[in-house]
Design a protein around this ligand. Structure first.
Ligand SMILES: [Mg+2]
Length: 202
């Protein structure tokens, strides 16, 4: 293995909300509390904004990022895939959660659901999407998985950007340079292909 392959070692950045943690049920419940009946596919931000007033949208976001986070399940197959990837690939969790309470809830959730995978070393909370981009550049992250195409579009230092598209919204937008994945298993297949193309020396 020559020196150049070392430079290509995969470093995978993962978003938290809507990628690792599944807020679907909580969003439906909170929306119901405010008198809105929504289906799972409608929890996608862009769709939800058209269905509920701005104030309700903000309240839903606020509630699911707080205490309710602890009741949210892990995304289907995420546990298995993250554990598999963590054996050979350096993983980072990069989350835009602003308030100390929201960050605390995410940390507690991680301890409960993915113990020993994410620690202070590889869990980074940021205030803005611009900060997410800066973290990727600083850490040399070259693969990123996020459920917001607008976030991915800003990650100009990341060559492999995957859009976690749980509820098929990628067909509605034209996002060049992004690769839509529908599930964690789908993501695993794609990252494995990258690993083969760019072998890790670990
Ligand atoms: Mg997200």
């Amino acid at each position: 293995m020559n020196m150049s392959t070392k430079n290509h070692k995969l470093k995978v950045g993962l978003d938290f909300d809507g990628v690792i943690v599944d807020h679907t049920k909580n969003k439906i419940l909170v929306a119901q509390r405010y008198g809105f009946s929504i289906a799972p596919y409608q929890i996608v931000g862009r769709r939800l904004k058209k269905l509920v007033p701005e104030t309700v949208y903000r309240q839903i976001q606020n509630d699911v990022y707080g205490q309710l986070t602890l009741a949210a399940p892990i995304m289907k197959d995420a546990n298995q895939v993250i554990k598999c990837l963590s054996n050979t690939i350096e993983l980072f969790l990069v989350s835009r959660r602003q308030s100390p309470l929201f960050r605390l809830m995410a940390k507690k959730w991680l301890i409960n659901n993915l113990p020993k995978i994410f620690s202070v070393k590889n869990t980074i909370f940021v205030d803005t999407n611009r900060d997410k981009s800066a973290v990727c550049r600083q850490r040399g992250i070259n693969v990123f998985l996020d459920d917001h195409s607008s976030v991915l579009e800003r990650l100009d230092s990341v060559p492999h950007r995957y859009w976690f598209d749980q509820y098929d919204s990628s067909d509605e937008l034209d996002c060049q340079g992004l690769i839509a994945v529908k599930s964690w298993k789908d993501f695993l297949v794609k990252v494995k292909r990258l690993s083969i193309a760019q072998p890790s020396d670990r």
